[in-house]
Design a protein. Structure first.
Length: 281
């Protein structure tokens, strides 16, 4: 996806808005997967220094930042699909459709800023909160520490909710509107067409399936990420391992649906083989 979207932007003064979103989404997914692998290797081979306050804080803060970015970019992709494809006649929708190309760079920049705002407080707050937990039994003024702990946890929970709930709302609302618009249009085409072999009708049905699949994968990833973020399950439990497995599988499924639903991504391997003059076996 990243290669196909980047090749469409080479030699252009202004990048297409769809390719800008896909480049941002593909880059964030690659960076997130690489960071997870780095985190795994540090946990295995550098365990004594890994749990030092500074290193652990940096790793987890960047991990949260990349996760938030992926959620935001996937949400903007749903919004872009909805604005470009859906056929609503409201004045706000028409205004967005006419200006979406100029709004996409600002949407992506807003995503970066929101992700930074939601992730950075973990670098200095979550570890002082952890220290307060461990120090409560040995300190005299435990009530003051408990108030500080609760305030810090409240700020972290609020920022976490904002960081993951806003893109979820955008994705769900835009996907539902797009599915509803496509479904109404498909019903009209079925009533007017003589059969189900119409290529345009089949394209609409395929688009509905793709949007539904993306929405289900997005919501599943969001639920698993929320469970891990708030430590709902015990460490090394089966439920927590299942959440980790779901978070590893959903981005792959999301990528496969995007490739399957876009001919440009499906044709990229054939174009590479053609340019390198290598026969496909």
């Amino acid at each position: 996806i990243l290669a196909a979207s980047s090749s469409s932007c080479i030699g252009r003064k202004t990048w297409p808005p769809y390719d800008m979103i896909m480049i941002s989404l593909g880059s964030s997914k690659i960076a997130l997967q690489c960071w997870i692998i780095l985190d795994l290797f540090l946990t295995i081979f550098c365990e004594p220094s890994y749990f030092e306050e500074n290193l652990f804080g940096v790793i987890k803060t960047i991990y949260l930042f990349l996760n938030y970015c992926s959620l935001w970019f996937a949400a903007w992709l749903s919004v872009f699909y909805c604005i470009k494809v859906a056929s609503f006649t409201q004045s706000l929708f028409i205004w967005l459709k006419q200006r979406i190309a100029r709004l996409v760079p600002w949407m992506l920049l807003t995503s970066w800023l929101c992700s930074i705002i939601a992730a950075i407080p973990f670098a200095w707050d979550v570890y002082s909160v952890h220290n307060n937990f461990t120090a409560l039994s040995s300190m005299r003024n435990s009530s003051a520490l408990r108030i500080t702990r609760e305030d810090s946890l409240g700020v972290l929970i609020l920022l976490s909710n904002v960081g993951i709930c806003l893109p979820l709302i955008l994705s769900v609302v835009s996907s539902v509107l797009l599915i509803w618009s496509l479904w109404m249009h498909t019903r009209q085409m079925q009533n007017n067409a003589s059969g189900f072999g119409d290529p345009v009708l089949e394209a609409h049905i395929s688009a509905i399936k793709s949007v539904c699949s993306l929405l289900m994968l997005y919501v599943t990833y969001f639920i698993a990420f929320s469970f891990l973020l708030y430590n709902i399950f015990l460490s090394f439990s089966i439920a927590k391992s299942m959440c980790i497995a779901v978070m590893a599988a959903c981005p792959t499924g999301h990528t496969l649906v995007l490739i399957w639903s876009n001919p440009k991504f499906r044709e990229l391997p054939a174009r590479i083989w053609h340019h390198t003059n290598c026969p496909i076996r």
